[in-house]
Design a protein around this ligand. Sequence first.
Ligand SMILES: [Zn+2]
Length: 88
Amino acid sequence: MIPFEKTWPYEIIMNDLYVQDCPFCGESNVLLPLKPKELAAIHDGKKKLLVFPCCRNKVTVVDTDRDYLLTDTVLRKRPSSGQSEHSR
Ligand SMILES: [Zn+2]
C-alpha cells in the first residue's frame, strides 16, 4: 500500500508528462522534465530527482504507477476539515 500523501497524479500528453497542479506553488498544467519512458525505469527501482520547473522545488520520485508518481516527500497534508480541495 503506497502512502497516499506522498503521491501526486500525472498525465501523459503527447509523450510529455504534466501535472494538473504543482503541489508546491499551485501552478497549473506544469510540464515535468520527465519522459514517459523514464517511468518504467523508476518503477524498476531507479530513483529520479524531479525538479518542478515552475518553482524549482525538488522531489525524488521513487515509484510510479499508471496515474501517480510516488515521491519521498509528503505532498498532501492530512485531510483536514478546515480546508476543501474541491475544484469546480
Ligand atoms: Zn511549482
